[in-house]
Design a protein around this ligand. Structure first.
Ligand SMILES: [Zn+2]
Length: 76
């Protein structure tokens, strides 16, 4: 907040085995199922702002349940 960033997320790189397609929710250098070292890593990508009014009906309902650090307030 002190640097002007009003949102952030925490990502953990997921490990995806290129040989057996096993997905592991940890960042590893080999597959826990087949022991292959032929693995890739995936991370959640989200980096844009969207108007809440442009959300779908279901998304707006889910948005109403979100908890924000602060409510909107008027600027005097
Ligand atoms: Zn594997």
């Amino acid at each position: 907040a002190k640097t002007g960033c009003n949102y952030f997320c925490i990502n953990v790189k997921t490990t995806i085995c290129n040989d057996c397609e096993h997905i592991e929710k940890r960042t590893l250098n080999c597959c826990t199922r087949c022991s292959s070292s032929n693995v890739d890593h995936a991370t959640r990508v989200i980096g844009y702002l969207k108007r809440v009014s442009a959300f779908s009906k279901g998304r707006r309902e889910e948005h109403a349940d979100r908890h924000y650090h602060r409510k909107a307030r008027a600027i005097a």
